[in-house]
Design a protein. Structure first.
Lengths: 582, 205
């Protein structure tokens, strides 16, 4: 459905609750379905993290937590947060909602497949949750699912749990592929007249590039999941070496566990950017709108997104320095890891320079965006430590690693999730959220997450290993670690509970919040200029929007207002902007 | 200056860019479904390349015992080539308006595809008769796995084939049926190329 192919005339949505809200083909409904499912399953993962923290901070306090259940919490928490929450929310949620609106399209180009994408995702979540109800419970193999231990007796869930996990991942990947084909093709083919690639908002660039990464990286997870399933079910030895278990030689032989690691991380590292790139794009737009300034270095930002996406495919083995690797190969991957820091740093500089001399509105979306810059910077800098072989080896499998990846790919993206939800909330619901509650939510989350993760860096330096169920009786772990662990546990529970403020705010405000103007932030991009708020089925009236400028005309010298919408034509008396003006 | 370089050098912050204002919204001047299929090819290619990489890596180990090169594989390859030719023929004649001939060619394409899939099952059956079970050796495991994944892609194609056959028979929307025919033909060509690479790989080890 290219621009010229799109129907004219306002689309009337399907009648009936089921077709309008359950099996809807409207990208906005699908986005909300994705968003609510992802947040729902994310809350499960949040509770799992509490259980883990209670065991670490107060060993034995909860009698039902034993070593097996602890590893099951670890595994499910990690996989849910990375795949079923963040990937689904950024691409299925924000991607679905924003791509057609920001591109000036009526919907995704393949709406039926888009609907299927959500329902496959939903089924994948059901299968994953179903693993709690099978004999032996979910897998406790760790979110990396490394063989041979993931499919051998002794690992929790090695009978059914691992099968459910692999099946769920398979279905998720099919769901993602159907969604991803839509996102990419819609961006390529269904943009508004005048909306060239270089006039796209950075949100679209981030989501588009992340989707391309996902389409190329998820097959690696698919391949490894299928081969692991074969090993588990049919007794093949793709990944399984010769093993003697309990004095008995198993039937496996000759497989390579390291091959699994290569395949897994060929997916796993781009996955970091599948989460990060949409966050980069969304935060760029939120910063620009609320700083009332054009994004600094737009063209550089676009190429930085593309460069990061491309380089992310040649850094994967920095997750495997301790797996036994040729020194030269380690050096290669350390170098590429440092190289990817360059475009990433360019983006951080540009965000800060966007704020510089801006007319900053310090509202909730802006606060979360600045919070993102802070947490991403901290997490990024510790990544430089871990990217170097010699420094990584002593820090590997320590709490320093936990602190690093939570700061860079958990807290930082979640900050953007919150920024983006608050920012686009008026468009999605037609109402305003409560600003005071939003600010309270920000400060409690921002300070709270630092209280959780900052001490973990110290614990890591001290040598406290990750993945241990119980820490008593190890001489190399000092007594002070126990006190710090208690502190982290309390902070984690308090911060987690305070997320209720966010849930209350978004659900209560959706019903009782102040009615929102169509463009409450005085933003320039197309989604703020739909005839209705929330947008109707088909998004636009008889005429599709036509774009005349880029997405960042804020505070243009000589202009009557401090923003010029993308749909506003250029007038002869409009000041001509030189590069220096921006 | 090429379009790509122009995109790189574009300064979108400059207002009043007449050429950009006239951009019609589509990056490629082809039907959207064709663009969607090509994007899918990238995904499928990534999938098969990863299988191929794993295969090449694993075959370097000492325990690798290649599967026998059964003559049926050549026959099956012939069927797949025929199906690809038949579907292209169908697409060509449909463009010229001969829907009856297109339906005939399309039918031949479907039947030869079924023959290919049946032939692959025959190969599996022969291998198990000869004692080459899926868990017996990594070469066997890869053979069964890779041929299954390729076959499943063709089965998916057959679903589209059935939908297109209905469109052709009803003849209500000739344009849509013609595009679907072209998509089927391109998809079959793609899977033929993939099979050629896989077959070469299986033969050369």
């Amino acid at each position: 459905m290219a621009y010229a192919d799109q129907d004219t005339g306002q689309h009337h949505g399907p009648d009936g609750f089921v077709w309008k809200y359950i099996f809807s083909q409207d990208h906005k409904v699908i986005a909300i379905q994705y968003g609510l499912t992802a947040i729902g399953v994310g809350l499960v993962a949040l509770v799992l993290s509490w259980l883990m923290r209670i065991q670490i901070g107060y060993p034995g306090a909860l009698e039902f937590i034993d070593a097996s259940s602890y590893y099951q919490y670890v595994t499910m928490h990690g996989m849910i947060m990375v795949v079923y929450l963040l990937t689904a929310l950024f691409l299925g949620g924000f991607g679905n909602y924003l791509i057609p609106l920001m591109c000036g399209a009526r919907d995704m180009v393949f709406p039926f497949m888009n609907m299927l994408s959500f329902w496959f995702y939903f089924v994948s979540v059901l299968i994953l949750m179903g693993s709690y109800f099978v004999p032996g419970g979910p897998t406790g193999a760790g979110w990396t699912l490394y063989p041979p231990q993931s499919i051998l007796p002794g690992t929790p869930g090695s009978d059914w749990g691992i099968l459910m996990m692999l099946a769920s991942l398979g279905v998720f990947i099919i769901a993602f592929t159907m969604g991803g084909l839509n996102y990419v093709t819609t961006v390529l083919q269904a943009r508004a007249r005048g909306l060239t690639l270089m006039r796209l908002p950075l949100s679209v660039w981030g989501i588009f590039t992340a989707t391309v990464l996902g389409l190329l990286a998820f097959p690696a997870l698919f391949v490894s999941a299928i081969m692991l399933l074969f090993d588990r079910l049919l007794g093949t030895s793709f990944f399984m070496p010769y093993i003697v278990s309990m004095g008995q030689a198993l039937d496996y032989g000759g497989g390579s566990p390291v091959l699994f690691q290569h395949l897994f991380w060929f997916f796993g590292h781009p996955e970091v950017y599948i989460v990060a790139l949409p966050a980069f794009g969304l935060v760029s737009d939120v910063l620009s709108v609320h700083a009332r300034k054009n994004i600094f270095g737009y063209r550089m930002m676009v190429w930085a997104i593309i460069a990061i996406g491309a380089i992310s495919f040649i850094v994967w083995a920095h997750h495997m320095y301790v797996s036994g690797m040729n020194l030269a190969l380690g050096y290669f991957f350390a170098t590429t890891t440092l190289i990817i820091a360059i475009p990433t740093a360019i983006k951080v500089y540009n965000w800060v320079l966007t704020l510089w001399h801006g007319n900053i509105r310090l509202n909730t979306p802006m606060l979360f965006s600045i919070g993102f810059i802070s947490t991403f910077l901290i997490g990024g800098l510790t990544g430089l430590f871990l990217g170097n072989v010699a420094v990584d080896i002593p820090l590997s499998d320590s709490y320093f690693v936990i602190a690093h990846f939570h700061m860079v790919m958990a807290i930082a993206p979640v900050m953007v999730v919150y920024a983006a939800i608050y920012h686009w909330y008026p468009k999605i619901t037609g109402r305003m959220y409560n600003e005071a509650l939003g600010k309270f939510h920000f400060w409690s989350t921002f300070i709270g997450t630092y209280l959780i993760y900052f001490p973990m860096h110290y614990l890591g330096f001290e040598g406290m290993p990750r993945r241990y169920y119980a820490y008593e009786g190890y001489e190399f772990i000092s007594d002070s670690a126990a006190g710090l662990n208690e502190f982290i546990t309390i902070a984690a529970i308090v911060v987690g509970v305070l997320q209720v403020v966010f849930l209350w705010n978004i659900f209560y405000s959706a019903l009782k919040g102040k009615i929102a103007d169509g463009n409450p932030w005085q933003a320039t991009t197309l989604e703020w200029f739909t005839p209705d708020t929330p947008p109707c089925h088909g998004n636009w009236s008889d005429e599709l929007p036509v774009v005349h400028r880029w997405a960042y005309d804020y505070s243009v010298p000589g202009a009557k207002t401090d923003f010029i919408p993308q749909i506003q034509p250029h007038t002869p008396d409009e000041p001509v902007h030189e590069e220096g003006n921006h | 200056m090429s379009q790509g370089i122009k995109t790189v050098l574009n300064k979108p912050w400059i207002a009043g860019q007449t050429e950009e204002d006239l951009f019609n919204g589509s990056t490629f001047d082809v039907p959207t479904s064709k663009v969607g299929l090509r994007v899918f090819f990238f995904v499928a290619t990534a999938l098969f390349l990863l299988f191929i990489s794993s295969y090449r890596l694993r075959m370097g180990y000492e325990d690798w015992v290649p599967v026998p090169k059964l003559w049926q594989l050549w026959l099956n390859t012939g069927f797949l080539i025929l199906s690809s030719i038949a579907l292209q023929w169908a697409a060509n004649v449909a463009k010229k308006g001969s829907l009856d001939t297109a339906l005939l060619a399309f039918g031949i394409g479907g039947l030869t595809t079924l023959a290919f899939l049946g032939g692959q099952l025959w190969v599996w059956s022969e291998l198990t008769t000869l004692g080459y079970y899926v868990e017996g050796n990594p070469a066997n495991s890869f053979f069964y796995l890779i041929t299954a994944v390729h076959g499943l892609h063709l089965v998916g194609g057959l679903v589209a084939w059935v939908r297109t056959a209905f469109k052709l028979r009803s003849s209500t929307d000739v344009d849509s049926a013609t595009i679907s025919l072209e998509l089927c033909a391109v998809y079959w060509h793609y899977l033929l190329v993939i099979w050629a690479v896989l077959f070469y790989m299986l033969l050369s080890t």
